[in-house]
Design a protein around this ligand. Structure first.
Ligand code: GRG
Length: 299
């Protein structure tokens, strides 16, 4: 797969993820009838679109912070990227944001047509759950632990997480949205999958509740911080409008906070995220670096 657009994360880690994604998709492709090739092509097109791989990198780094071999969680990291990619493919559709481009290339429906883009998103979501089961191949994890990952991902990517947040995002009347309302949407739409990325490894080893809570605090703060940094980046360009049926500004922090208030909140959340995992010591350095990247990111 082509190199990610990331400049923030270790090239070797991004390469590990990209190689795994490609190897796995090729292996999966071999198990499918050739008649389904157009679907595989559309899945591959969006998967290799040059994203930062933030979510899988978080999973690998959280595993490392817990003393697990990061490679052992690659199937779950890959599942997260499948779910993230499906959400972007569907978000770009005419019924939602109606975006012609994604990551500098034509969006999936522009390249393959709406029907195939919808189905490619459906396939990415469905196959993500098949990917998680590959955690079992190494023999390192118990079936109950793997089921814990399935439960976590279903919770955070579905109605109680990303999809629920997306519903509110497309239906809210942004003209008088309050800060708590906007925050509720972001916690679900964007934050939930980021939180799940951090929590996955906590499902794979026996762990005391206090440690799980420190990962949760880190993941929650980082998820919200990521959305604020995204809104800040957008505010430097233009108001975020949806071209889709809504034809109104999308809910974002710029409607309820000034850029300097947003920067203050971003700094507060990043400090909180880093402090939450300090007690894990050197093993959590990559998690600290990711938080610092979100504090200052320009892309
Ligand atoms: C359609 C069910 C469904 C959900 C869509 C996440 C989402 C929900 C839509 C994307 C809208 C958006 C731009 C949200 C802002 C935060 C965000 C998720 C940005 C994209 O994530 P990055 O920056 O993307 O990690 P890359 O391209 O680096 O993978």
């Amino acid at each position: 797969m082509e190199k990610s657009g990331s400049t923030a994360f270790s090239d070797s880690r991004v390469k590990l993820i990209n190689d795994y994604l490609e190897t796995n998709l090729s292996r999966f492709e071999k198990s499918c009838s050739q008649r389904f090739e157009p679907l595989i092509e559309a899945m591959r097109y969006s998967l290799e679109g040059g994203g930062k791989r933030l979510r899988p990198i978080l999973t690998l780094s959280a595993a490392e912070a817990l003393g697990l071999d990061p490679k052992s969680v690659l199937p779950a990291a890959c599942a997260l990227e499948y779910i993230h990619t499906y959400s972007l493919v569907h978000d770009d559709l005419p019924a939602l944001d109606d975006d012609d481009t994604r990551r500098g290339k034509p969006s999936s429906h522009k390249r393959f047509g709406e029907a195939v883009a919808i189905l490619a998103g459906d396939a990415l979501l469905t196959e993500a759950f098949g990917q998680i089961l590959l955690l079992g191949e190494s023999g390192r994890f118990l079936p109950a632990q793997i089921l814990g990952v399935v439960d976590l991902l279903a919770h955070h990517s579905g109605v109680r997480g990303m999809v629920g947040g997306q519903l509110l995002d497309v239906t809210i009347d942004t003209s008088d949205a309050s800060l708590p309302e906007i925050e509720f949407i972001h916690i679900h739409k964007t934050g939930a999958l980021i939180l799940a990325s951090v929590l996955i490894p906590t499902k794979l080893i026996p762990l005391e509740e206090e440690k799980i809570q420190s990962f949760r605090r880190y993941g929650e703060a980082l998820g919200l911080a990521f959305q604020i940094s995204d809104d800040l980046l957008d505010s430097e360009t233009s108001v975020r409008y949806s071209r889709g049926p809504r034809k109104k500004p999308k809910p974002c922090y710029t409607q309820v906070m000034s850029p300097s208030e947003m920067k203050q909140k971003l700094n507060f959340l990043i400090d909180h995220a880093i402090n939450s995992i300090r007690s894990l010591g050197d093993k959590s350095q990559n998690l600290v670096d990711i938080a610092e990247f979100i504090r200052t990111r320009k892309a």
